[in-house]
Design a protein around this ligand. Structure first.
Ligand SMILES: [Fe+2]
Length: 285
């Protein structure tokens, strides 16, 4: 298995099933790993009340995953009751189609390994802290949970139509780095932000990045940065907007967008609903 940049992935892919799932083997985590989880959790827990959307905060307060690395089977009982989703243990990043098939069947793949202490602030590949802390709480929200499944189904179709790059941008700018309007101002629901010690405050407080209203076709033709904080964040009004946007068949959109030059990550267009126009280039993540 190799990642996006061609480097060898660090997970153990030797014992997985055909759908890339493995057993979590919770008993094999070392005490030091549980302690590292607790440190990561405490830092994010202190930031979440100010920057996360209320739906995320509510789940975190109610279920409290701060005691140590969570057991997927315990969370799955609660998740099944809430939205009929399941977490499945995987060695790390998956081939696109395998990942989408899990989503389409209401299964979210969660990496089993935890980062090393020296990776406290930044990690290249998603680990269990990113996958679980960032993604699992949002799967308890019924509308967001339905969006994730709709996304998976749409992505399988996009894969067959050679349009996966456009759908990857949608995932990036919503599931990973999305912002949302709330009565307390703009907050985040994106897992890449919620699991980050730096970007969680930056995406809301910093004058540097653009904050622009969610626009499906605009997002599908906007490139993104993987090694710095985002230059543009897209803001949804509510999760219903997200779900509704994925309802139509995207096939005509792909036809419309194919061959067009994508927008730069920093671009602001005349047609954008601008919440905030960024003032400076981004610093490295
Ligand atoms: Fe993620």
């Amino acid at each position: 298995m190799t990642g996006e940049t061609g480097h060898k992935l660090r997970g153990d892919y030797s014992r997985m099933r055909p759908d890339y799932t493995v057993d979590q083997e919770w008993d094999a985590y070392a005490p030091a790993q549980h302690e590292l989880w607790r440190r990561l959790y405490r830092r994010q827990e202190s930031l979440v009340p100010k920057y996360a959307c209320p739906e995320f905060i509510e789940v975190l307060e109610r279920l409290d995953f701060g005691a140590g690395i969570p057991r997927f089977d315990v969370t799955n009982e609660k998740l099944a009751r809430a939205t009929n989703w399941q977490l499945v243990a995987v060695p790390g990043l998956l081939p696109d189609l395998t990942f989408f098939e899990h989503l389409a069947n209401r299964r979210f793949p969660v990496t089993v390994w935890l980062r090393e202490p020296e990776e406290f602030d930044y990690i290249v590949e998603p680990d269990i802290f990113h996958d679980f802390f960032g993604h699992a709480p949002m799967l308890f929200n019924p509308v967001f949970a339905d969006y994730m499944q709709a996304y998976g189904r749409g992505a399988i179709k996009a894969h067959a139509l050679g349009a996966i790059e456009m759908l990857a941008r949608l995932y990036w700018y919503t599931v990973e780095f999305g912002l949302i309007e709330t009565p307390k101002g703009i907050r985040t629901y994106g897992a890449g932000i919620l699991s980050s010690g730096g970007e969680i405050a930056y995406c809301v407080d910093s004058p540097n990045p653009n904050r622009i209203g969610f626009d499906l076709l605009r997002i599908m033709q906007t490139r993104y940065k993987i090694d710095t904080f985002q230059e543009t964040y897209f803001v949804i009004r509510d999760f219903g907007q997200l779900f509704d946007a994925t309802e139509p068949d995207f096939t005509p959109y792909y036809e419309q967008l194919r061959g067009r030059e994508p927008h730069a990550p920093s671009a602001v267009l005349a047609t954008d609903k601008v919440y905030h126009r960024g003032v400076a280039p981004q610093r490295a993540a």
